[in-house]
Each structure stands twice: as C-alpha cells, then as structure tokens.
Design a protein around this ligand. Sequence first.
Ligand SMILES: [Zn+2]
Length: 312
Amino acid sequence: MKSHLKLMIIVALILVINSINAQTNTAPLNSSIPIEMLFPQGKSKALILSFDDGQVADKHLVKLMNDYGLVGTFHLNSNKLGTKDYLTKEEIKTLYKGHEVSGHTANHPGLTTLSKIDVIYEVVEDRKELERLMGYPVRGMSYPFGNTNDFVIEAITGLGIEYARTVGDTYNFSMPTEYLKWQPTIHLFGKTNYIPNDTANDKRELEQFYQLTTDFLEANSLALFYVWGHSWEYEGPENKWEEVEKFFKMISQNPEIYYTTQIGLVDYSNAFKNLKFSVNKDMVTNVSSIDVFVKIGGKVYTIEAGSTKQLN
Ligand SMILES: [Zn+2]
C-alpha cells in the first residue's frame, strides 16, 4: 500500500513537470495578432476609376486615361450600343483594350421597379452580349441610377455577378463590406452638370473633390479611392474636361498607388481572404494564382502565388 502511494506521487510529479515543460516549450498562439491585407507590391493605396453608360464621350475619356497610364472599369448597356450618343458594338473591343468592360443592364431600367424575371433578363442579357463583344467573362456591374435593394440583390445573386456598384458616395477610403452593395468614394464632377450656372455649387464640388484627392494622397493607412462618373457629364453645360485632366495628372504615375480595375481588386481581395494559415499562424499557403501581400505584427510578407511560406 505504501509503495503504491509512492508510485502515485512519482507519477503525479512527472505529470506536473511534463505539463510545465509543455507550457514553456510551446510557442504562444498568435491568434490575437491581426493579419492585415496590403495591396499588390505591398502598397497601401488603391485607385478605381469607374464610368457608366458607354456613350461616345468615352472615346475622349479613354484617350486621356491611356495618356496618363490610368486603368478603368466601364459599365455598358448592351442594347443602347449603336443608338444615338452611344458607342457602336464594333468599336468597344478596341476602345476598352486594357480596361475592364462590365455590366450596367441591357436597357438601363431602374431595377427596383421590375419583376424578378425582368431583373434577371436585364442582367444576364447584358452579360451575354458584352461577353460576345469583348471575348471574356463579364463579372460585375453597376446599378442603373444606382438603384438597388434587398429584392434586386437577391435576384442578381447566382447570375455570375461578383460585384455591383451603387451611387451612394461614402467620401471615405474604406474597402467595401458587401460586394453587391459597393458604395464608391465620390462622383467625379457630376453634381455641377445637373445644376449648371451655379458658381457657388461648382466651387463647393471642386473643393470637396480635390480635398478628398489630397487626403488620399496623404493617407497613411490602407486606403481605396473609388471615383465614379460619366464621360458625358464632362461635355455638359459645365465643361469639365480640363478638371478631369488636372485630376488625372494629380493621381497618375504614383509608385504608392495600385491602379486597378474593379474586378482586379475583387480577385486580389478574394486571394487574400483565401490564404490558409496554420493554427499557430506561423505558416501560410496561398492557393491562388496571385501574389498576396500581408502585414502581420508590423512586418510585411509576400506570399507568392501557389506557395507555402514560413512566417517569423
Ligand atoms: Zn447609367
């Protein structure tokens, strides 16, 4: 009985010592350390330029963008192409080379007033025709008039639309939380077009726009500047082409900025979300075909496409 007790005490001691050793030998879990996304090349700023409708004024806009090395996403109404003031079906493939062509519905109706089948028709018909004209899958859209609601979002879910933009300006640089309810930062010189000959309003709009541009250029944390508009607005009563060019000059050729199409940012962001971390967060696998840049505990890592990396 005595020796049995002794044995039990020895076993208990061994267990205690082992558990102390185990505690001191195991690396602390890093679950509390945030893993932050950076943009490609470790950049912290991204710019999206997005324009709706596909009218003939896009020719001038695209030329300006190409001159300044800027890339854009253009949302088109396939049934409007070839009608008055719109581009022809034959010219869009060449014009938008190097940019993204995206949907804007076939006929530009306010989607919130339609039946479900009509919403689906407008979106799928537009996708199908734009895909035929461009030669690649069309994967996003912007809502005509910016109009959407839960009914419309439910109707377009499952139609191959991975993002959809509204016109609800946020005036900030945050990443979207819902891709099908993507709110842009600011309208590019749009308001003055609808309220012409109002100097005070014009001045206010320009000041607000350039202040936001300056804030973006000076931002220190992750910042997405999403600028949207229509090329035809710059030809209206308040001709804004000079201002558009001034903005392009301010924002272009900046090594701190990741210039991207909207689908480019969706793909990158999905590659980040799809990183596979080990339990201890000391290893990560990038299953995508895109190099992903992350910041962990203040340190920047490049996780090359298709690779597994040790983090330290
Ligand atoms: Zn539109």
